[in-house]
Write a new protein. Sequence first.
Length: 457
Amino acid sequence: MPSISEPAARTPAARRTRPPVVPFALWDGGMSAFSSVILTFVFATYVASAVASEGAVGEEAIKAAQDHGSRVLTTWQAIGAVAIALLAPLLGNLADRGGARNALLRITTVATVVVIALMPMVALDADYLVLGAVLIALAVVFSELAGVFVNSVLPEISTPANRGRISGTAWAVGYWGSIVCLGMVLVLFVMPGTGLLGITAEGGWNFRAIPLFVALWILVGTLPLMLKAPKHAATAPGERWNPWQGYAHIGRRVIRAFREEPIMLQYLVASAIYRDGLGAVFSIAGVLAANAYGFSTVQIIIFGIAANLVAGIGVFLGGKVDDRFGPRLVIIIGCAGIIVLGLVVLLLASALVFWIAGLAICLFVGPVQSASRNLLTRLSQPGRETENFGLYATTGRALGFLGTAAFAATVAIAGDTRTGILGIVLVIAIGLIAFLPIRLGAAGQASSGDGELPSSS
């Protein structure tokens, strides 16, 4: 993989001090296996469908059991979302003030790996449904918290001139990592029959073995950054810290931001809305394909692989646009493109249209996510990046129900799964409308040729 960092002198000292850009990108490539294989396409489906319905007899009983499985799974994920909202800003505060960012990065990443490695305990038995849901929720919590600390590495390994490209490339590596890992899982464990490894389906072991492979994949991908993350200096060295003081500091931080950084707070709220819409695009894609267009499991997986491939290309190109024109333009064009294409899917009830427009939507999702991360680093005061990314995660989780709730509400009103697209489009549109009036100044523009942000005067 070619280096995406700025050219450096060919000396041993220069090589030793080169920013760990490749390890940063590899972390996304490793951790993406969790969202694609465990959370979206394979293991969560095994838990909510196969485990939940094991022992049920008759079509009606099986459907009721699977509906119960979905409720249990989403309920525990909602509990996990509350935990993230409470812990992300607190640990971000500890990371910045105490200089514990790298230690917390390692702890949360390793904890994610360990929890995933425990998932083979979820046997093909309805009594194990809650265990499966709890383990998935725990992995979500640890992976999201790890993402807070990884995001704060970005401003330390980049300049304003190349930050969009580095962020975009890391997102692209994440999507491409999902494709490779998902493809290997399907070939080795699932298709054809029980996969090339020959692990039998008895007791669900062909699915229960998958988390061990994913845990190893994540560990290999994230280890370089855990070892090479740049040192993060404490903003309050030697100061005693406890959770209550941490929350008190966060409260004072928010109050001070109302006075001193109102733009950042406005951005956190607006981005939380449209980011939730973006998350819903991927989380409901499989449900929409199956229930509205009659896709088979194989077709859904093929669509998922194609979606990740297109998203990876889009985010790589979007990073270059971000560097050239600034993150504000990328966010506006990306959200507008998703809204238009979503309406096309809604109005034209065709599987072919879903394929074409759906993949085109994926072309815009990644660039908006990457540019949003980049923009927060530009709006953050030096030394407050991890704390701000904690708030970024918290606001996202606080409004994390919008996309799926809007999808469910429009489906309930219209009685048609396909109309759920309108709910997601509305959420993204509201987020875009909230984002447009924010006066980002230099932070939303392209950097100058010397790598500095242009003057906003």
